[in-house]
Design a protein around this ligand. Structure first.
Ligand code: Y12
Ligand code: CO
Length: 175
């Protein structure tokens, strides 16, 4: 089932998500629904908080060289922890919870992440390029941090103005 995506400025997005201790059918259903929601919204990453669940779960599905996504390359991460970082990189990020806004954000270039899969098995992944950026973006969601929180004061002010204007326009179109 496709779920409703929580959008900024909803305060829910500021909440810190809780560790997952039980790896049951309910969790599997949430992960399946998150996948349907992410793919159905043209996303490449989604955290549980973005569909209203304060649980430390996220999905990432990086498109291939033909810009196609396959369930075979889906990564589900439960309780992820970054254990090693190196380098710095900049990428123009977007977020399904902040529609139509993209901005250059600095992140670590390479990271190592410990996490659990949907059955509670421990995993380790070394990531760089887009995967590294996507993981860092999604782990931030689990801590109530959005990519717009990383903007400079002046850029953030500009964003708030643009975003409010866009929301007003959206409302008018719905009338
Ligand atoms: C690099 C940077 C950030 C991430 C986090 C995951 N972000 C997304 O999946 C963003 C998806 C997104 C999709 C949109 O919809 C379409 O393109 C049709 C979109 O556009 C609108 O909202 C109008 C914005 C963002 C991973 C890797
Ligand atoms: Co996001």
């Amino acid at each position: 089932m496709k779920l409703k995506i929580v959008e900024y400025p909803d305060k829910k997005l500021k909440e810190k998500s809780k560790s997952i201790e039980v790896f049951n059918k309910e969790l599997h259903q949430l992960l399946d629904d998150m996948y349907e929601t992410m793919i159905g919204s043209n996303g490449i990453g989604l955290a549980a908080i973005q569909v209203g669940h304060t649980k430390r779960a996220l999905l990432i599905n990086i498109p291939d060289e033909n810009d196609e996504q396959s369930v075979d390359t889906l990564i589900e991460m439960i309780n992820p922890v970054i254990t090693h970082t190196s380098g710095v990189t900049t990428y123009q990020e977007g977020c399904l919870s902040v529609p139509s806004f993209y901005e250059d954000i600095n992140r670590y270039e390479s990271i190592t992440v410990n996490y659990q899969d949907r059955d509670g098995n421990t995993k380790i992944i070394e990531a760089d390029n887009l995967l590294s950026i996507a993981i860092q973006h999604e782990i931030d969601h689990l801590d109530g941090i959005l990519f717009i929180d990383k903007l400079s004061y002046s850029r953030r002010k500009k964003f708030e103005k643009e975003y409010k204007r866009m929301q007003k326009e959206k409302k008018l179109h719905k009338l």
